[in-house]
Design a protein around this ligand. Structure first.
Ligand SMILES: Cc1ncc(COP(=O)(O)O)c(C=O)c1O
Length: 416
């Protein structure tokens, strides 16, 4: 990442901090606090210790021998972010921001969440550090992701369903900003990905860089050479930038895989860099490629993976795409389910639907590569959270019966 640009919050033409006057004060405070922790080496050490003791870091780099043999090309390694506490890379960012909040002396955190993974991770962090916690979530997502809502509430957070707009992630972000305007003195906004106004993209990317630092050391120790390519799925872009940062200055191909949904030639996808429906714009405090119409109205997005179902992309990745440093591809819902099934059967590993997008492109490329080459797939999270979606997509009859029997049981016990 170019530090001169990053200081001003710009990455080429992308990024910035387009914020209303009333939010200048908390952003000023946040910038100051962030500048201090970046300059303080003991902060990073405290962060690494916390992640080692609370979140199983360093996460393993697993050699997928069966998949490698199956495709007969490159050696496939999987970076296991699923083994983080709470089951995804989201923990890296929230625990880092938790330490920052402690240093800032604030007592309350708020967050937006789409799939609920960031919400659960933030609620977990708040419980651990003793902060009050409010999570904003589109009403649509509250209905789709009930198990995550259940856990957030049990962990002590208040979940506020947002009824504006399409009632999804972008509406939750707007509502969280509204809260922050009135509560900034005691509240920190834990942004969940590498988007939003400066310093969020740069700061979240810094916390997530722990993935790439580990992966680089691990592949050099195991394969005795750098990988030919690194693959990651891209929602906002935090797991992708997390791993890419370990290989930024190397001759390593970096591949970001977006949600191709029902196909990038339809209107049901969330591909900002690969489709034809995105254009440059300013929204939610930053400039990037957004899925929007000619009047700047945000378009509805679709993905089988709730965590990739977002209109914008990190300004850092927009710049890296424009400069050609990162190649972008898209994986359709159908391709994702096939890659997921193969990975389960071949390796006994269940990737999240989001992560499975990265597997799709890696599986397309691996057979065309040499046996002496290695590739890394960043497995951003575990698929257990997706059981409802996956069982429905596979049309599993015994799962259907289980749900119907459960519902009948509830109906009977509540006298219905
Ligand atoms: C498991 C998992 N992977 C990937 C993502 C996408 O986010 P990002 O692009 O910021 O890594 C999410 C978002 O919820 C997620 O839960």
């Amino acid at each position: 990442m170019n530090q001169t640009q990053a200081k001003k919050g710009y990455f080429g033409n992308w990024g910035g901090a387009f914020i209303p006057e009333v939010l200048h004060q908390p952003f000023f405070q946040l910038n100051e606090a962030y500048r201090k922790i970046r300059a303080d080496e003991s902060f990073w050490q405290e962060y690494v210790d916390l992640m080692a003791n609370y979140s199983c870091r360093p996460t393993p780099l697993t050699f997928a021998e069966n998949l490698s043999n199956h495709f007969g090309g490159a050696r496939i390694y999987i970076k296991r972010e699923d083994l983080n506490h709470t089951g995804a890379h989201k923990a890296n960012n929230v625990m880092g921001q938790g330490l920052l909040v402690k240093r800032m002396g604030k007592k309350r955190v708020i967050a937006e969440t789409g799939a609920g993974q960031h919400g659960v991770a933030t609620a977990t962090m708040a419980a651990r550090f003793g902060f009050d916690c409010t999570i904003y979530m589109g009403e649509e997502d509250v209905a789709r992701q009930r198990p995550n809502v259940f856990w957030m509430e049990k962990l002590g957070a208040t979940v506020v369903p947002v009824t504006d707009g399409a009632r999804t992630l972008k509406d939750a972000i707007n509502e969280a900003f509204r809260d922050w305007v009135t509560s900034m003195d005691e509240t920190h906004y834990v942004f969940g990905t590498v988007c939003g106004p400066h310093p969020f993209p740069e700061m979240v990317a810094w916390f997530q860089s722990i993935i790439g630092r580990e992966a680089r050391d691990q592949i050099l120790a195991r394969h005795k050479a750098l990988p030919a390519a690194v693959y990651a799925c891209v929602g906002g872009g935090s797991n992708a930038l997390g791993i890419f940062q370990g290989f930024m200055d190397d001759d390593v191909r970096l591949v970001g895989v977006e949600a191709g949904g029902k196909g990038t030639d339809t209107d049901q996808h969330a591909s900002r860099m690969t489709g034809t429906r995105a254009s440059a714009g300013v929204a939610q405090g930053y400039r990037t490629m957004f899925l929007q119409d000619d009047d700047g109205q945000m378009l509805d997005t679709h993905s089988i993976a709730a965590g990739l179902d977002y209109v914008g992309i990190s300004p850092i990745l927009a710049e890296m795409g424009e400069s050609g440093r990162v190649d972008f591809a898209a994986a359709t819902d159908d391709e994702v389910l096939k890659a997921l099934e193969l990975t389960m059967r071949a390796e006994g590993i269940i990737p999240a639907l989001e992560s499975s997008h990265a597997f799709v492109q890696a599986f397309k490329d691996a057979p065309n590569m040499g046996r002496d080459e290695a590739i890394i797939i960043n497995m951003s999270g575990r698929g257990d959270k997706d059981i409802f979606t996956i069982a429905h997509a596979f049309d599993d009859p015994s799962w259907k019966k289980f749900i119907i029997d459960r519902a009948d049981g509830y109906r009977k016990s509540s006298g219905g």
